[in-house]
Structures are given as structure tokens and as C-alpha cells.
Design a protein around this ligand. Structure first.
Ligand code: MLT
Length: 407
């Protein structure tokens, strides 16, 4: 059996696996040190009570013959898809039939590569969520890695000069990955900025994969939460969302992807092919749905209590992000994000290498961050802090950081 050679081109492990391994090794050598995790965007608050109660009821359903559920509907239960359409897309042109419930945004973002051609030119932000790059490299769309850049990708540079919000490139791309509010920089597109991307996609017959996993963190009124707020987006965009960062489902797994009926790709003869049909075919072949119990839990996020509890959790994490941002700003760092986003993107004064910064903070402050270069070569010299730890640990981490800086 010949392996998929593309795996050999990738860095040895996924960014967050490398961080986790380094932390394990450090803990083995320093068992008495309490490291505060400010790296991966994993939530710390328990599930909203409304979700817990709904899942208890769902487990009881599964335990009685009259309410037991086997395989669920392939796209997800109608009760959840209808709740998503009515709440997340209230006033927007998205129907329940266009929503595909899954086991999370990460899986969908990686799996979408099954429906576009191996030859597609993929545009990715630098820095950006590593799944966009790694999954397309695995599928054979990366080419070769030269000086930290894949030769077949179109890179959308995100720098302080453009507020970490790239404008459409001159070059042609077939598939464009955009994340807003962005992981890792926290930058969020206004409607006007997003309109330029929709226009570009229409002109280039391209597909936008819009990752709005963090849309619940948007507070600014000009910032788009959904790409479908932009006219014409239904013809060019897929949107991917998650219950992880809103209702704390990182350990439960549930997300969804919107593939509008009006969205098409093109076959070799340039005939239009509805992408919804392809995604349905892909999902029904390779995926058997998120569990009934979890989908009932996700549905409960749209109940009146559920909405309040999710809002509280999001506010809690935003407050943590504000504490991080303010502490670092006062200390004289260049700080971005943390306003409409749980992530704070930091340029560490005088330091060039993100992994050295990671090691230094671990050694000296016993806090872990995510090295910016793990999100792309333009992340070199940056680090990312997450607002997803508890308030107490966030405060303690900032206190330790201030200590290190003052020495
Ligand atoms: C992150 O820290 O960037 C996220 O937690 C990654 C993810 O959601 O998979």
C-alpha cells in the first residue's frame, strides 16, 4: 500500500498537538508546577443548565422503547435545523433544509475539500486557523513548502497595516477560507469589507468558506455575524458554525454548515452543479450524524433560558479577553483582538521567535500560549492568548506575566 505522500510534506504534528506534547513533557519534568493554559481555545465553564436538562431528558428518551432513536436524519434533526434557521438566521435568507448538522466546525472545514477539485487554487489567510492549510495539503492542493509557504496556495496577508483584514487579491483563487472574527488575530470584517469578498467570489466563480465559529463574540454593530448578511452571498458562500465556543460543546461535539440551494460549482464541461447536492452526498456517505442527545442539547441553546446562559458565558470570556488585552497594553505590548473575539494577538517586544516565546513564558511565568507562527509565517514573533480560561486563572496568568515583564 502506498501512503498519501502529502502527509510527509506536513509538519510532524498538528499545532495544538505539538503544544499539548510540549506541555506534557514540561509537566513530567516539573510535576509541582501549576501551568495556566492560555493556549488552545478550549472552554472552561460548565455547560449551560438548559443544555444539561435537555440532554438528561434526551437520555431518558433513549432509554424508553416509545421514544428511542436509532440513526437520525442525515442532515440533522429537523428540530435543531429549524431552531438554527429561526434564531441564528432570523431575518436572513437561510432555510432549515440548507443546514447540515455535524460533529463540529473543524470536521466540516476539513471535510469540505471532498466536494471541490484537487486542482482548485485555495486562498488562505496568513495567519489563519491551521485546519484550512493542513486539510488542503493532505488533499494534495498545497504543492511544496518553501520558506514556510505552500507553493500552490494564494496567501492573504494579515498584518497590522491592513488591520489583519485582507482585501481580495489580484490573483485568481477557486476556494477562499475566511474566518471572522478571525482566529487567531480577533479581527472581524465589517459588512462593507465582506461585500468586496462576495464580489470577488462572484467575479472569479469562486467559493468562500466562511468560518464564523466566533460570531457570538461580535459586539460591534457594523460587524457581520453571518456572510449571508451580504447580498449575493447565497450564490458564493458556505458558512460553518459551532456550538463549542458559545455553549461550551468542545467536549460534546456539535456544529453545522450552511450550503445554500443557490450555490453552485462547475464540472469539467463548465456545467453548474449545486453544491448542496454534493455535500449531502458526501455527508450521507461518510458521516452518520451527531447524536440525538447532543442535538437536543444544542437545541436547548435557543430556549429563552439557554439564550441567556449562552450570552452570560460569552460575556464571561469576553471579559477575560479584555483583562488580557488591558494588562498587555499597559505593559507596552502591541495588542490586537480581544474585543469582538475571545483571542488576543500579541507582538512580544523585542522577541523574534514565537516558539522561543512559548518556552520562555512556560519556564518563567508557567503559562502556556499559542505560538503565532503555528498559524502561518506572518505569525512569527506573535503569540496568542485565549480568553477561555476561568476568570481566576486569567487574572493569575496576567499577574505572573506582569512579574516576568517587570524583571
Ligand atoms: C483554537 O485554539 O484555535 C481552537 O480551539 C481550535 C479549534 O477550535 O479547533
Amino acid at each position: 500500500m502506498r501512503i498519501n505522500d502529502n502527509f510527509e510534506k506536513l509538519p510532524e504534528s498538528y499545532l495544538f498537538s505539538t503544544v499539548a506534547r510540549k506541555l506534557r513533557e514540561y509537566k513530567e519534568k516539573n510535576p509541582d508546577v501549576e501551568v495556566i493554559r492560555m493556549d488552545i481555545g478550549d472552554v472552561t465553564l460548565p455547560l449551560p443548565a438548559a443544555c444539561v436538562a435537555a440532554m438528561h431528558r434526551a437520555v431518558d428518551d433513549m432509554g424508553a422503547g416509545s421514544t428511542f432513536h436509532g440513526y437520525g436524519p442525515e442532515q440533522g434533526y429537523a428540530f435543531l435545523r429549524e431552531a438554527i434557521a429561526a434564531n441564528d438566521y432570523e431575518g436572513l435568507p437561510v432555510g432549515a433544509d440548507e443546514i447540515f448538522v455535524s460533529d463540529g466546525a473543524k470536521s466540516d472545514l476539513g471535510n469540505l475539500g471532498d466536494i471541490y477539485s484537487r486542482d482548485s487554487i485555495v486562498a488562505v489567510t496568513d495567519p489563519g486557523y491551521p485546519v484550512y492549510v493542513d486539510s488542503n495539503v493532505i488533499d494534495g492542493r498545497g504543492g511544496e513548502l518553501v520558506d514556510g509557504k505552500w507553493s500552490r496556495f494564494v496567501y492573504l496577508d494579515c498584518t497590522p497595516a491592513n488591520g489583519f483584514k485582507p482585501t481580495p487579491p489580484v490573483a485568481h483563487a477557486d476556494v477562499i477560507f475566511l474566518c471572522s472574527p478571525a482566529n487567531p488575530t480577533g479581527a472581524a470584517f465589517t459588512r462593507g469589507e465582506l461585500k468586496a469578498w462576495v464580489d470577488y467570489a462572484r467575479d472569479n466563480k469562486a467559493l468562500i468558506v466562511f468560518d464564523s465559529a466566533y460570531c457570538a463574540y461580535v459586539t460591534d454593530k457594523d460587524t457581520a455575524r453571518s456572510i449571508y448578511e451580504i447580498e449575493g452571498a447565497r450564490e458564493v458562500a458556505i458558512e460553518v458554525r459551532s456550538f463549542s465556543k458559545t455553549a461550551g460543546f468542545t467536549g460534546l461535539r456539535c456544529g453545522y454548515t450552511v450550503v445554500p440551494d443557490t450555490l453552485v460549482g462547475y464540472d469539467a464541461e463548465q456545467r453548474e452543479v449545486p453544491l448542496r447536492k454534493l455535500w449531502l452526498r458526501r455527508q450521507t456517505t461518510k458521516f452518520n450524524g451527531a447524536s440525538y442527545v447532543i442535538q437536543r442539547g444544542a437545541e436547548a441553546t435557543y430556549s429563552p433560558e439557554g439564550k441567556e446562559q449562552v450570552k452570560e458565558n460569552v460575556g464571561y470570556y469576553l471579559n477575560n479577553a479584555a483583562i488580557i488585552r488591558d494588562t498587555l497594553r499597559k505593559a507596552g505590548f502591541e495588542v490586537y483582538g480581544g474585543v469582538d473575539s475571545p483571542y488576543v494577538w500579541v507582538k512580544y517586544p523585542g522577541a523574534a521567535d514565537s516558539w522561543e516565546l512559548f518556552d520562555m513564558l512556560l519556564e518563567k511565568a508557567h503559562i502556556s500560549c499559542t505560538p503565532g507562527v503555528g498559524f502561518g509565517s506572518l505569525g512569527q514573533g506573535y503569540i496568542r492568548f485565549t480568553g477561555f480560561n476561568t476568570l481566576e486563572k486569567t487574572r493569575e496568568a496576567m499577574r505572573r506575566l506582569e512579574d516576568v515583564i517587570s524583571k
